[in-house]
Each structure stands twice: as C-alpha cells, then as structure tokens.
Design a protein around this ligand. Structure first.
Ligand code: GTP
Length: 372
C-alpha cells in the first residue's frame, strides 16, 4: 500500500521554529518528526511512501535520501507552487502511478491510530474517501464533520462557531482515498480537501465516510502543541523509543555526555550525545536536550525542549519553553512561560523572556534588555 505525506506547508503558526526548518523536520525527542511518523507507518507494514513537497524540500530529501536506511522506499514529488492538500495529491497522481486505495497524511500529525482497522472500515463500506475523526474539547479552530448513523458524511463545517457545533469530532488529517476521486480535482490549481474535494464528492453523491477513533492524536502545528507533544511523549501517553542509554527513572543519556555528579536529574529526561551538564544543575522532566548542548552550573530546567548545540551559561532558568539550534543563553537569564527562541539567537545575561515571547533566528538581545 502507498502512503502520501503532505509536507509542503510553510508552517507559519510554528514560527520561529520553522523559519529554517520545515515543520516535518522539527525534532521530536531528538528525531525529525517525519522520521517518527514514517516509523509508525513501517510498523503497519507500509514502506512505499510518497512525499508531497514544496517548502524547504532539500532539508527533507538530504536527510532521508531514498529511504533505504529506514527500510523504506521514498518518492519525492515537488510542486512548483503550493497546490493545497488535494491539489498536491492530484499533482502526484499525474507523475506517479497510484495503484490502489491510498493513505494520505498531513505531515504534522502524531498519532497511533490503527491504520489496518481504518482501511478495513473503508473497504467494508465501499467508501471512496474515508476521513479519520478525532474528538477534541474545543472544535472551533478545526473542521467539524457531521455523519449519519452509518458513519456516512453529510456535511463539513470549517472552523464552526459554538452555535454551529453538533459534534466534537474533527478531521484528523488522515485519509484513505480511491485514486479515481482525483478526477474531481482541477489540474494545476490550489485545491484543499476540506473546502474543495470533499464537499464536491458529497455534491456528486460519492460515498465519503468518517472513521472515529480514540487513538492518541495531536498536530504539532503551534508552539503550545509542540511542547504538549513532548510532554505527552515523555510522560508515556504515546509509545516511542528514545535514543541513548536508559539509566532508570526515565532518564536516557546519549553517547559521550558528561553529567556533573552534583547535578540532579529527575525523569522523564532525554539527553542527546556530547552534552555537558554542570555543577548543581537541576533538570526536572519533561526535558529534552539535543546533541551537543551545554548546561552550566546552578541552572534549572523544567518542561523544556532544547534543540542541538544550545549553550546555556550559569544560573539560567528555563521553564516551559523551546530553544532552537545553536542558541547562546547568558548567565542569570530566565526563559519561561511559553517563550520560543529561534535558531542561532544570543540572549545576553540577565534577560527575562516570558509570556509566549518569540525571538526570530540570528537576533542578539543585549544583557538586561528585556526584564518584564
Ligand atoms: P500553517 O502555515 O501554520 O497553517 O501550517 P501549514 O502550512 O503546514 O498548513 P496546515 O497545517 O494547514 O497543513 C496541513 C498539512 O498539509 C501540513 O502537513 C502541510 O505541510 C501540508 N500542506 C499544506 N498546504 C500544502 C500544499 O500546498 N502542498 C503540500 N504539498 N502540502 C501542503
């Protein structure tokens, strides 16, 4: 079976983390998100993967190559301009033979949905398009799907107001489609599933079904959800393997990392390769440190994701924040409360970055400049 993963979006809501890194390549516990996703597909026996690419494609292609290192066959299909989710699949069908029912994924969805059961559901109902549906507490930012008693879709409501909500099941961005439905998508034009192809299929009377699932599901599309994924993952809500030596008490330590004996590490904590943790530093999970990070003396880290090569000086407090590649954080700084620091940022000593502040890549904040 073929699986198509949509990886062409710019990921604007996840900026500044996606300024230099396409959303599918942002690390999830030190591995690109897309690698985690493909590993899930492989565990279901799906090894023939097609990537629909547009934004920063080289970063993706250079990392995965032909896929053989992961035991996969990866085909890359480029769009000259973003064609939207359904337009991207139409573009693929023009260039690659789609043999049978095809699985389609948004490239920002982390889930352990049972793909075999979803495919059986699709086949049993002779569905032309089946949409995985997941319950959420607040469906207003999403697309709600209304179904009849047999599960056949009657209506889509995009970003409904509270008065229009009749269901808390939203489109999970995972589909099984029959390639023949692509005849309803216009060639070379921007066309979306939710607002374009699916409503057309309903109009012409093609069978479209919703497959409700209570499996773990989250999309990593905003900084808050990116942090939430790490929280869930490290707290064991979804099973995944971490790299490094398991030291017990939910602490994993990568090769050649040095932890000062006075440092206190309380799991779940994942430490990459070649990291250094200084005197009396206190790490309280969930914490992830990418390869080559340094944490100085008397630092406090809690609910933090550090990408690679971060240099955290002494007496720094990092709490509920994300620090991207090769940042440098000066002594006595506090970065807390949803702050997101882009690649190669230098934060001088004594700054307080809080309240969801976002710092774009390559900025320098002079010492004691931001002290809310
Ligand atoms: P935002 O800019 O934050 O909305 O993120 P996004 O650009 O990724 O858009 P969205 O989250 O709505 O996209 C859902 C999935 O579809 C993501 O995996 C995107 O990479 C993918 N996607 C969105 N638009 C396109 C497109 O035009 N072409 C391709 N190939 N993929 C797309």
């Amino acid at each position: 079976m073929q699986a198509i993963i949509l990886v062409g979006g710019e990921g604007t809501r996840l900026r500044p983390l996606t300024c230099n890194t396409p959303k599918p390549m942002v690390p999830i516990a030190n591995r690109p998100f897309l690698e985690r996703m493909m590993t899930h597909l492989k565990s279901h026996g799906i090894t023939d993967i097609i990537l629909a690419m547009c934004y920063l494609p080289d970063r993706i292609q250079n990392y995965f190559g032909d896929g053989s290192d992961l035991g996969l066959k990866i085909t890359y299909v480029m769009e000259p301009l973003p064609l939207g989710t359904a337009g991207a699949i139409k573009n693929i069908a023009d260039q690659v033979e789609l043999t049978d029912s095809v699985l389609v994924f948004n490239g920002d969805v982390l889930t352990d949905v049972d793909l075999g059961a979803m495919l059986d559901f699709h086949v049993e109902r002779h569905s032309m398009a089946t949409i995985a549906l997941t319950p959420v507490e607040d469906p207003t930012p999403y697309g709600v799907v209304q179904r009849d008693a047999e599960g056949r879709v009657q209506r889509f409501i995009e970003k409904p107001g509270w008065d229009a909500i009749t269901s808390n099941l939203i489109n999970a961005g995972i589909y099984v489609i029959e390639p023949s439905v692509l005849r309803y998508a216009p060639p070379h034009l921007h066309f979306m599933f939710e607002s374009g192809l699916f409503p057309v299929l309903l109009q012409v009377g093609e069978p479209v079904y919703g497959y409700p699932t209570n499996a773990y599901w989250i999309d990593i599309g905003t900084p808050q959800r990116y942090l939430a994924v790490h929280h869930d993952l490290l707290m064991g809500q979804i099973r995944m393997q971490f790299q490094g030596e398991a030291r017990g008490n939910n602490v994993w330590v990568g090769a050649d990392s040095i932890i000062d004996p006075t440092a206190k590490i309380t799991g779940p904590v994942v430490i990459g390769n070649n990291c250094t943790i200084g005197r009396n530093a206190r790490l309280t999970g969930p914490v992830v440190m990418g390869d080559g990070c340094t944490v100085g003396a008397d630092c406090v880290l809690e609910d933090v994701v550090l990408w690679q090569g971060a240099e955290i000086h002494n007496q720094v407090m990092l709490k509920t924040c994300v620090i991207a590649d090769h940042t440098n954080i000066g002594d006595n700084s506090w970065i807390t409360n949803g702050a997101i620091i882009g690649d190669c940022v230098t934060v001088g000593s004594g700054n307080r970055l809080e309240h969801g502040i976002k710092i774009w890549p390559h900025r320098t904040i002079e010492p004691s400049t931001i002290t809310f």
